[in-house]
Design a protein around this ligand. Sequence first.
Ligand SMILES: Cc1ncc(COP(=O)(O)OP(=O)(O)O)c(N)n1
Ligand SMILES: Cc1nc(C(=O)O)sc1CCOP(=O)(O)O
Ligand SMILES: [Mg+2]
Length: 218
Amino acid sequence: MAPAPEAGGGEPGCRLYLITPPALEPARFADDLARALDAGDVAAVQLRLKDVGEDALRRAIDVLRPVAQSRDVAFLLNDRADLAVQQGCDGAHLGQTDGDHAQARKLLGPERMLGITCHASRHLAMEAGELGADYVAFGAFFPTATKQAEHRAEPEILEWWTEMFELPSVAIGGITAENCAPLVRAGADFLAVVGAVWNHPDGPAAGVRALNAAIAAA
Ligand SMILES: Cc1ncc(COP(=O)(O)OP(=O)(O)O)c(N)n1
Ligand SMILES: Cc1nc(C(=O)O)sc1CCOP(=O)(O)O
Ligand SMILES: [Mg+2]
């Protein structure tokens, strides 16, 4: 999940972080995922299936992980650091109620990534940084239909974080090609999106292209 090199050797740029749709059939979705990843620059994919049991989750990982990893795109698992390790994922994303972050850090070891949701809290972000997170995620920046988001973040938190710390930040929540520019300019290292890609009227590949273009133009 490397940052994008900036033309001319300046500060690294912002990259796309895809999160899977809330429900999917792995074999069918594998084709959509491949098309999306082949359409442009994507740093990471997060498998986020909240409503399936462990067996189905393992099957989905087995089908989708190679699609990402074979393209040098990091594959992270939502909510489960233990399963991320067992199933060969590149990391896990944990929220504030997703167990013990320090224990997850140990489980994941130095090779695998840990991302932590920090809502709109500077305090949570500094805590996450101290315990060794690989990125902090702020959001929701815009209204989202993907989940009931209880916190609202403003671009200022990205500016503050970027000025104070080297650790990468992820912006999430209702982000589209049309509204992402202030987040990119505020210093977000990654934009995490669901709907703007998977629900794009011209298909996921068009969604990736539109976001790549919007990031480059910001
Ligand atoms: C990159 C990224 N940021 C935030 C979240 C939200 O995580 P969480 O608060 O645990 O909520 P759920 O995704 O588990 O509903 C995320 N998944 N990814
Ligand atoms: C999974 C998730 N977490 C959020 C947070 O604010 O922590 S918002 C969100 C949903 C992101 O989907 P979309 O790009 O469709 O808005
Ligand atoms: Mg969670």
